[in-house]
Design a binder for this molecule. Structure first.
Ligand SMILES: [Zn+2]
Ligand SMILES: [Zn+2]
Length: 222
């Protein structure tokens, strides 16, 4: 997700023209801080959200694969809403999912469009109907596993674990038996979902770091 500083500044300009009530409040060598309000106008499942939200956005500009962070500062999001971290940041999606999405570089306008705006839509929908319009991502280890369930198109925990281990650690062989346990050749089974990790080292590294994290966390309970 490496972008140079000029690229990020150019993206911030675009973001500010898309959301004219956002302003740069602070900018240094490592981050750009934005604050103000964003207008969200979204319609899905016969429900419409049309509302301004006060937010603070922190955009990292130094190296790293750190994603932007956003807080809602207008006290709209209820204190007991589960998808907000203790420090007030909004829980938009798993790191895994967003890092894979922006593997070729962060796109701030897309980040707003695909994660931030749907977050507020989901919040309003949840508040109104008591359920999530696009499903709900669990947190911590469950959240990571759940992300890979989506990626590998499986709902089974063991299957997902086997596929993740393969994606992170094995050399891809289409004629090998699929690690999911089906007995079918990989290329005719989950191969197409694993192949991107074999072809792109950056994606593989995400799988490796997730697998390491899962193993480390699980070892705490041994
Ligand atoms: Zn969450
Ligand atoms: Zn399979």
């Amino acid at each position: 997700m490496n972008l140079d500083k000029n690229e990020i500044r150019e993206q911030v300009k675009q973001l500010l023209s898309t959301y004219p009530k956002l302003n740069i409040v602070k900018s240094d060598n490592s981050t750009i801080h934005l604050a103000g309000s964003i207008y969200v106008y979204r319609n899905a499942l016969n429900y419409t959200v049309q509302k301004n939200y006060m937010v603070e956005i922190t955009i990292p500009i130094s190296e790293s694969n750190t994603l932007p962070k956003i807080r809602e500062t207008g006290n709209v999001i209820s204190d007991n809403y589960p998808h907000r971290y203790q420090n007030g940041e909004l829980c938009l999606e798993t790191e895994t999912s967003m890092r894979l999405r922006f593997i070729d570089g962060l796109d701030l306008v897309a980040w707003m469009d695909e994660y931030v705006e749907p977050y507020f839509f989901s919040y309003e929908y949840y508040t109104r109907f008591g359920k999530y319009p696009f499903g709900e991502r669990p947190h911590y280890l469950d959240g990571i596993i759940n992300t890979y369930q989506d990626i590998f198109h499986t709902t089974d925990f063991i299957e997902t674990s086997k596929l993740l281990i393969y994606a992170a650690e094995s050399v891809y062989r289409g004629h090998a038996t699929c690690p999911c346990g089906s007995g079918v050749k990989l290329r005719n089974c989950h191969g197409k979902y694993i192949l991107p990790f074999a072809l792109d080292k950056r994606k593989r590294n995400i799988a490796i770091s997730d697998l390491n994290f899962i193993r480390k966390e699980i070892s705490k309970y041994e």
